[in-house]
Design a protein around this ligand. Sequence first.
Ligand code: ZN
Length: 259
Amino acid sequence: MVARHDLVEDPVVAAGLLTARRGTAFFARKLGELSYADLDDQSLLPGWTRRHVIAHVGYNARAIARLVEWAATGVENPMYASPGARNQEIDFGATLPAIALQNLFDHSAIHLSVEWRDLPAERWGELVRTAQGRTVPVSETVWMRTREVWLHAVDLNNGARFADIPAEVLRRILGDIWGAWESRGDAAALALRVHDGEGGFTLAEPRPGVTVIAGPLAAVVRWASGRWTSGKGEEPGAPLTVTLDDGSPAGVPTPPRWI
Ligand code: ZN
């Protein structure tokens, strides 16, 4: 008997699954607005057309589904055979006929959703290893996918904005970015201040020698994720303000590398 509803019982994971599926639907909608000819145009990611983004998002779903299968069976099933295999797959996928690319996205998304749906409640804590070599409970795959589909919907470069991404997803992305910077020592020269309707917060207090980046959550995440200067138009609301430690205004700097 195949389950027709999610077997997960942890309410936090269940809520996360909803956000991941909403993100997949958002990506699908932005993809559906593009003609086949439009797929050849540039995405927001340097050197990648929309075809590369779609191929990457499709293969990412397959790779994450392998982790869920690993958790379900106990048989090790890595995301990718090797780091090179991941990139070769994307380069190949980008050359597929448009209809095949569309099918890759659709089928891989449905497959992943079914793997999540059918994973028994008691197996969501099983440990798996990500492509970056981190060992995580398989429940982490929900966030891994959530981040991908929302960010790459913006990268399709046809009108999705960071302000379209749910605030809780933006906050967690910013936390991931800040954590990556801190672990490499890149956060020391920066202070981030978020202020908008969601309430404000600060990542690191302004102190001598730091550059303060301030703005609405969507704008700060757009900058921190390396997408400030690419793409069309600005986020709604106030733009970023950048000040040096003496309070003098400055230009928007290039953010430290994230991934
Ligand atoms: Zn990605």
